[in-house]
Every structure is written in structure tokens, then in C-alpha cells.
Design a protein around this ligand. Structure first.
Ligand code: ZN
Length: 66
């Protein structure tokens, strides 16, 4: 007698203990999104730091001049 689980997400028949591809795909997508979020945060941070650095340099140059 065949016993199988049904994927709650897409309804595909699964062997007991088998994970459906759609769940793995969703995880992969989430991982990618996390990576993009993380990467974007780093990028905006370094941009901010570059901005601050530019400001400090400008301030320093200004002090030097006066
Ligand atoms: Zn599925």
C-alpha cells in the first residue's frame, strides 16, 4: 500500500520524510533575498562611511586652510 504525504504548498505527492522541491526553492529564494538585503546593507553602510570620510577630509582641509 502506497503511503505518501502531500506537500501543503503545492499538493505534490511526497515520500515520507521527503521534502518537496517547492520548499527548497522557497528556501533558496529566501536565502537569495537575505543575501541581497545583507549586501545592500553593507553597500549603503560603506557608502555612508565614504560620505563621512569625505566630510572629514573636507573639514580637515578646511581647517588646514584657515
Ligand atoms: Zn511542494
Amino acid at each position: 500500500m502506497a503511503y505518501f504525504k502531500v506537500c501543503p504548498k503545492c499538493g505534490a505527492a511526497l515520500d515520507p520524510g521527503e521534502k518537496c522541491d517547492c520548499i527548497e526553492e522557497a528556501k533558496e529564494r529566501q536565502k537569495k533575498q537575505e543575501f541581497l538585503k545583507w549586501h545592500y546593507r553593507i553597500e549603503s553602510k560603506s557608502r555612508q562611511m565614504a560620505f563621512v570620510f569625505d566630510n572629514e577630509e573636507a573639514g580637515y582641509a578646511g581647517k588646514k586652510c584657515s
